[in-house]
Design a protein around this ligand. Structure first.
Ligand code: UD1
Ligand code: BG6
Length: 681
């Protein structure tokens, strides 16, 4: 998904090369979100010699960040711009674009401009839904458009507002007034940063829907030597040397500062003269007083919990590989402090701090409804059976976009659980908004503290899996299942009849990281299997019960990264269509680990064999002979309690997808056309 980054240094001397590198590096940190083009804007002259006629420089390229970097240095070297020129104050903006309106091309990349003089420049995440109307009106006023984007209307509208306000002569309208007036006309979702040659060294950021964070690095003394930090909770006003960063994503901030402000919807942030002023914009208010500025609000900074090491690949070649292999640790972190010895008995129970005050309400619910997209939906599907079993409440599954398409009924006495790694997926957020309107209890399960799902749900659980950078979700999936199993244990904790069952699950949870460590030893075996599948067109995966989700998720991984057609199929549906595909060529993975579906899966294997199916069977350790009599490749995995078996079973399939991708020569971490967090509908 698109990424925004901006860097403003105030009273901290930085040369042009340094500023460029900070911007490029910010974009590199956003790469994982998925993008197809990128761009930046910096000043052509320093504040000391700035003339209003000096337009900011804009560089835009399709393709990856490195092709932008090359083109910028090439273009700069062709001019008399000095890379060593120092700026004691400077505002630069940058963007990675994931095409929605218009193909990937320099003209469609951001920053989008108001026109030839670059009077106003804008980087944008989100979608402006009324851009056609705005475009028509600007065309009537003589503006011409060079891109197919929805964004281009924004800088052009800013110029229109600016020119109109200054018709009388002297410039009186402030940058903030211009932006507020522009916002009054925008419909849709956005995070925006504005830069203008008329307001040098000032940036305005605002948001509605799409995420945006401000990072603050302040220096206690007058001049920075890059060492001393100020310990302020709030951002100091004018005067203090500081560096400010805006980003759609904490990953691009953490190497500079841990002090952040999560900008909220409708907030407008004006960064000027070393100060930061925040206004709350009222979308509903159209009082006709076009440039009136709302009162400013004060917001405290919060501290990012992320560590810079989390966003490096360490000893691994790819993030996906690293994230698959760190699952024993991520699962341990997910459970840390949540399995405690309870009451007078020495038995362990589950304590979920974020849910404990809401358990009574949840137990009284008419239904529990899971809502998510992609991998997060699959994780919820994996946890559904144990929730039904331990809670005795009907559990429904909803893909976020489908719930909205159907405008499905939601009741006040429903508990709706929103599952999202990023906490920013537009479809899931829209479903949350819809559900909140209907008065149900909204519970979030997310990996991202401070995300929109986190902030807008009534309560929830953080999965604490650590940063996940590979677009294909791996460690978040297993941590989500574990959290949902713990949610089931917490809701069902008041039932005596399931006590033994719950104890067995808790025991298995404690041993789970070790079992995952064991299953990771299949890495080489999965690489060999991948080699045997490298030129296949298609791969089917059959699962049922607890492992229907494993089949869906395994197939999703193969499809997403290895770019091979793959389908997860509910084994119970085999005879109702999929059987027609079976022949001696099409590879089929059958998941037949030990649980109550085992005998049914054995019969599926027999039926597939009878049709000369080309099988690969996943079974519990020691079952290879029993499941296929040595006649097909097997993936033997350690056995754990049935409801946690999906956590173990997905790991070899993640490894298979990873190796298939590398062997087929595709990009593992940024698969074609996909984004890590899809923040548009
Ligand atoms: C919390 C702290 C953790 C600390 C622990 C000690 C945070 C983020 N977590 O963890 O650092 O070690 O107490 O007791 O400060 N929430 C939502 N929606 C969501 C997810 C969470 O509203 O989608 C809410 C929860 O209801 C809760 C809060 O966020 O009020 C923190 O949730 P969580 O981190 O899961 O709580 P703890 O595990 O108790
Ligand atoms: C995108 C990602 O499609 O969004 C998937 O590419 C992910 O990996 C899905 O599962 C849902 O994202 P989230 O952040 O809501 O879990």
């Amino acid at each position: 998904m698109c990424g925004i980054f901006a860097y403003l240094n105030y009273d901290v001397s930085r040369d042009r090369r340094y500023i460029l590198e900070v911007l490029f590096n910010g974009l590199r940190r956003l790469e994982y979100r998925g993008y197809d083009s990128a761009g930046i804007s910096i000043d052509s002259s320093s504040a000391a010699v700035h003339r209003p006629s000096d337009p900011p420089l804009v560089f835009r390229q399709e393709g990856n960040i490195e092709s932008l970097v090359k083109s910028v240095y090439r273009d700069v070297s062709a001019t008399d711009l000095n890379l060593e020129e120092s700026f004691s104050i400077h505002a630069g903006i940058a963007h990675t674009r994931w095409a929605t309106h218009g193909e990937p091309a320099p003209r469609n990349s951001h920053p989008q401009s108001s026109g030839a003089g670059n009077d106003f420049l804008v980087v944008h995440n989100g979608v402006i839904t009324n851009y056609k109307v705005l475009q028509e009106s600007l065309l009537r006023h003589g503006y011409t458009f060079e891109s197919e984007t929805d964004t281009e209307v924004i800088p052009k509208l800013a110029k229109f507002v600016f020119d109109k306000a200054n018709e009388g002569g002297d410039q009186t309208v402030t940058f903030c007034e211009v932006v507020l007036e522009v916002m009054r006309h925008l419909e849709g979702a956005y995070a925006l940063i504005f830069k203008s040659k008329h307001y040098p060294n000032e940036l305005i950021a605002c948001k509605r829907g799409s995420p945006l964070l401000l990072g603050v690095k302040e220096y206690a003394q007058e001049k920075s030597n890059g060492t001393s930090y100020n310990d302020m909770k709030f951002i100091s006003k004018n005067g203090h040397p500081k560096e400010l960063f805006l980003s759609s994503d904490a990953h691009a901030l953490v190497e500079h500062t841990k002090k952040v402000l999560v900008i909220e919807d409708s907030e407008v942030v004006d960064i000027k003269d070393g100060g930061v002023t925040i206004f709350k914009f009222d979308h509903g208010k159209r009082d006709g007083k076009s440039h009136s500025i709302p009162a400013s609000v004060q917001r405290a900074l919060s501290i990012l919990e992320m560590e810079a090491e989390q966003i490096s690949k360490g000893k691994y070649d790819h993030y996906m590989q690293k994230e698959i292999h760190e699952q024993p640790e991520s699962l341990t972190t997910t459970m840390r402090g949540r399995l405690i010895r309870g009451g007078t008995s020495k038995r362990k129970s589950v304590l979920l701090g974020g849910l404990k005050d809401h358990l009574k309400t949840i137990r009284r619910s008419r239904r529990i409804v899971f809502i998510g997209c992609g991998t997060s939906y699959n994780a919820a599907l994996a946890a559904r059976p144990i929730l039904e079993e331990l809670c005795g409440i009907p559990v429904m599954m909803e893909i976020a976009s489908d719930l909205l398409d159907r405008q499905a009924p939601v009741y006040r006495d429903d508990t709706i659980i929103f599952v999202s790694q990023s906490g920013e997926t537009a479809d899931t957020l829209n479903a949350l908004e819809y559900t909140l309107e209907n008065g149900a209890l909204c519970v979030g399960i997310t990996n991202t503290v401070g995300s929109s799902i986190d902030r807008n749900t009534h309560c929830g659980v953080h999965i604490n899996a650590g940063s996940e950078i590979g677009v294909a979700s791996t460690k978040a999936y297993t941590s989500q299942i574990v959290v949902m199993a713990m949610v089931a244990l917490a809701i069902g904790a008041d039932s005596i009849s399931t006590e033994q069952r719950r104890e067995g699950i808790i025991e298995s949870l404690i041993n789970l990281p070790d079992k995952v460590r064991e299953v990771l030893k299949l890495d080489q075996e999965m690489k060999d299997l991948a080699r045997s599948l490298i030129s296949e067109q298609s791969l089917l995966m059959f699962g049922r019960g607890y492992n229907y989700a494993t089949a869906l998720e395994g197939a999703l991984k193969v499809k997403e990264v290895a770019l091979m057609h793959s389908e997860g199929i509910l084994a119970g549906e085999m005879k109702h269509g999929p059987l027609a595909l079976v022949d001696e060529n099409l590879p089929i993975v059958v998941i037949a680990t030990r649980d109550q579906s085992f005998s049914k899966q054995q019969s599926v294997i027999q039926q597939l064999k009878a049709r000369k199916g080309r099988l690969i069977v996943m079974c519990s350790e020691g079952d290879a002979e029993a499941v296929c009599g040595g006649s097909c490749p097997v993936i033997e995995v350690p056995q754990v309690v049935d409801c946690l078996q999906p956590v173990v079973n997905i790991v070899p399939l993640q490894l298979l997808a990873y190796h298939l991708t590398v062997l087929r020569g595709y990009n593992v971490d940024q698969p074609r056309n996909l984004a890590k967090s899809v923040t548009t509908e």
